[in-house]
Design a protein around this ligand. Structure first.
Ligand SMILES: C[S@@+](CC[C@H](N)C(=O)[O-])C[C@H]1O[C@@H](n2cnc3c(N)ncnc32)[C@H](O)[C@@H]1O
Length: 258
């Protein structure tokens, strides 16, 4: 196995993915207290975002996973709406905080890249700002795992930073990637999720342009098939192009850390 400066690298990319994940985990661990202070309550989330999350994920039967839940405040918000929500994050400091701050809640340490749930068992997934650190070549594998877990017609809600092209940028915690909104939507479609709602905000003050997409799990498993062994995946067909006009823009916050 060749060794790169980042760590051991296999030709299928699996081990290097583990190294990148560990970099993200350590980066959030080292700023967890600060992050919780800046972003850790639902009052610190834009009202339009909370409304979208509630509209798309509340009022349906079944379990919703808040993947990359951070301090757990949005999981708690979902529970306040009567949703059977579980928060999952790979940073122990966040899970410890969430359990202490929301004692009635359900929070687990784990990775969104290998969910401990049966196929098609999950009514909804929230990945709020938690896909932003994935290098573009790793996004499809994670979406395939979401699609595996998702029940028919389940809802996915996710948010990310927007740019004219897919590009890395210097996020305050650790390198993140911005996406053209249509391109992100196409990746979702390829994985078997059809966009049903979009929210976009332009750059404002220190906040970068931001988007959120809600998508529904469509029939079949999508056009990405996960090959045996983790993050390897293949696209089975070309994706349909799903273009939509931006919806509305509003004031204030962006995805945390932007
Ligand atoms: C920008 S923060 C967003 C946190 C929270 N959703 C919020 O809105 O405040 C990104 C979060 O995703 C988590 N994360 C990133 N990759 C993850 C993975 N593979 N599994 C679980 N959590 C992950 C990080 O630990 C961090 O808590």
């Amino acid at each position: 196995m060749p060794r790169s400066r980042a760590g051991w690298v296999r030709s299928d990319g699996r081990y290097s993915r583990a190294v990148k994940l560990e970099q993200v985990r350590r980066a959030y661990s080292s700023v967890a207290e600060l992050y919780i202070g800046l972003f850790g309550t639902s009052q610190q989330v834009h009202a339009d975002d909370l409304a979208l999350i509630g509209r798309q994920l509340a009022g349906r039967p079944g379990t919703v996973l808040d993947l990359g839940c951070g301090p757990g405040h949005i999981t708690d918000y979902l529970r306040s709406l009567g949703v059977d929500a579980t928060g999952i994050d790979m940073v122990p400091e966040f899970i410890a905080h969430a359990q202490a701050a929301h004692p009635g809640g359900r929070y687990q340490l784990g990775s969104m890249e290998a969910l401990d749930v049966a196929d098609h068992s999950t009514a909804g997934i929230l990945a709020w700002g938690s896909l932003i650190h994935l290098p573009p070549q790793d996004l499809d594998g994670v979406l395939a795992e979401f699609r595996r877990a998702m029940a028919p017609a389940g809802r996915l809600v996710t948010s990310f930073f927007v740019g004219d092209e897919v590009a890395a940028f210097d996020h305050k915690v650790v390198t993140a990637y911005r996406w053209p909104v249509d391109e992100f939507s196409e990746r979702l479609a390829r994985a078997g999720f059809t966009e049903v709602e979009r929210l976009q905000r332009p750059s404002e003050g220190p906040h970068r342009p931001h988007a959120a997409i809600a998508a529904i799990a469509t029939e079949g498993l999508g056009r990405i098939r996960q090959a045996s062994g983790g993050n390897r995946h293949e696209v089975l067909q070309e994706p349909p192009v799903a273009r939509r006009a931006p919806r509305r823009s509003g004031p204030r916050r962006s995805t945390p850390g932007g």
